[in-house]
Write a protein that binds this ligand. Sequence first.
Ligand code: COA
Length: 162
Amino acid sequence: MSQPSALSIRPATPADIPPLVEMVNAAFSIETFLEGQRTDAERLASTLQKGEILLAEDADGHVLGSVYIEFRGKRGYMGMLAVAPTQQGNGLARRLLTVAEDLFRQKGCEAIDISVLSLRPELIPIYDRFGFKECGTEEFRFARTFRDQDAACHCILMAKEL
Ligand SMILES: CC(C)(COP(=O)(O)OP(=O)(O)OC[C@H]1O[C@@H](n2cnc3c(N)ncnc32)[C@H](O)[C@@H]1OP(=O)(O)O)[C@@H](O)C(=O)NCCC(=O)NCCS
């Protein structure tokens, strides 16, 4: 794993969608239990209408990470936290989260909500280190289907007070 020399984090624009799609799908390719891909250009375009995507890039403009943030009154919603496979384990997710938290605070949010698939139990200790606590469960209601029709999956809701 290589540590990018100069890394910056900024809000994504529609022009960033093609490389973002590629990076996000590469990061989420670990979710082999789901059919299809995590996202596409159309989906990201509509995501950008609802909230903001923070994008991490190196000095050459390569997209290395992302996180979706949405302001919901006193609470912020965060999703699509993704780091390019070759860059994982270097602290980039924590850096993205720190920037996201600052923006949520600036907008007056008092907590952040996230949702984690129960088929990804390895994520719970990671979000725990980031300060999130489990606070409930929800039915899985996304457009994608499971490769195994009998797969049992729900969403684990986690929240962090700011
Ligand atoms: C999950 C993901 C975003 C993490 O990105 P990353 O840049 O590798 O994460 P970081 O290097 O910032 O490390 C995250 C923290 O979790 C810790 N961690 C990593 N693996 C861990 C484990 N198995 N158990 C406990 N803590 C762990 C790290 O030590 C770090 O904590 P620290 O900053 O206190 O040392 C990245 O692996 C990814 O893109 N995965 C695919 C997409 C995905 O699953 N996104 C989340 C969807 S909800």
